[in-house]
Design a protein around this ligand. Structure first.
Ligand code: AMP
Length: 221
């Protein structure tokens, strides 16, 4: 499949493996990876006004308001690297965001696909509480299931690994609740538009990747 017109939304609860699969998929399809969580975390670490506003919500596991998110995504998608395709990770997360995205894409009549990674919630909590993230490049590891070669150090860039504040177990529960209430309705939204594919997100990430690619390549562009 060519990258031309390839617009993919990755859906699934926090910890379903969206970031991991996104990293593999953008290589395979040669499209930019747009992660709204990454954009927000970099605003927080830069100490920008936007970062200051977003942090209040992120620390509690809540969604940053739709108007702020739509502003961020509109600006990002207008950049030249997104002209022929993009992989969205962590956006949309609510029905108003999905409707806003449809309005942004709609005018261009470019086909869009949505892939939902299915992982049971018991597995999600286990995954998130052991997750470690690289401060420098955003790469993700798991203390048990995918540890770095050297503890606390990123294999890819040598950066420092840390536990995101919102990966603490109490915040994980809040994020899962927000997911069920705000984000799960997107499944029906995309199913109605016949663009949703569900993929088993359990097991080794390479196997999940193969399943995602098979689903995407089975759909005519
Ligand atoms: P993530 O890295 O995708 O898990 O995002 C981390 C946090 O950033 C979320 O828990 C939200 O507080 C915020 N966030 C990221 N993307 C969005 C979005 N599309 N809408 C609202 N909040 C978001």
């Amino acid at each position: 499949m060519s990258a031309n017109g390839f617009r993919l939304v990755l859906l699934g609860p926090p910890g379903a493996g969206k970031g991991t699969q996104a990293a593999l998929l953008v290589q395979h399809f040669a499209v930019p990876h747009v992660s709204t969580g990454e954009i927000l975390r970099s605003e927080v670490s830069r100490g920008s006004d936007l970062g200051g506003q977003a942090r209040k919500y992120m620390d509690k596991g809540e969604l940053v308001p739709d108007q702020i998110m739509l502003g961020i995504i509109r600006e990002r998608l207008a950049q030249v690297d997104c002209a022929s395709g993009v992989l969205l990770d962590g956006f949309p997360r609510s029905l108003p965001q999905a409707a806003g995205l449809e309005a942004i894409f709609g005018a261009e009549r470019v086909p869009m696909r949505a892939v939902s990674l299915e992982v049971p919630s018991s597995e999600i909590v286990r995954r998130l509480s052991g997750r470690r993230t690289c401060r420098a490049c955003g790469a993700m590891y798991h203390v048990t299931f995918g540890p770095p070669t050297k503890e606390g150090i990123c294999d890819r860039c040598g950066g420092e690994l840390y536990q995101r504040d919102d990966d603490r177990e109490d915040i994980v529960q809040a994020r899962l609740e927000v997911y069920r209430k705000e984000t799960e309705p997107l499944m029906a939204f995309y199913r109605e538009r016949s663009v949703l594919r569900s993929v088993d997100g359990t097991g080794p990430s390479k196997d999940v990747f193969r399943r995602v690619v098979a689903e995407l390549e089975a759909v005519p562009a």
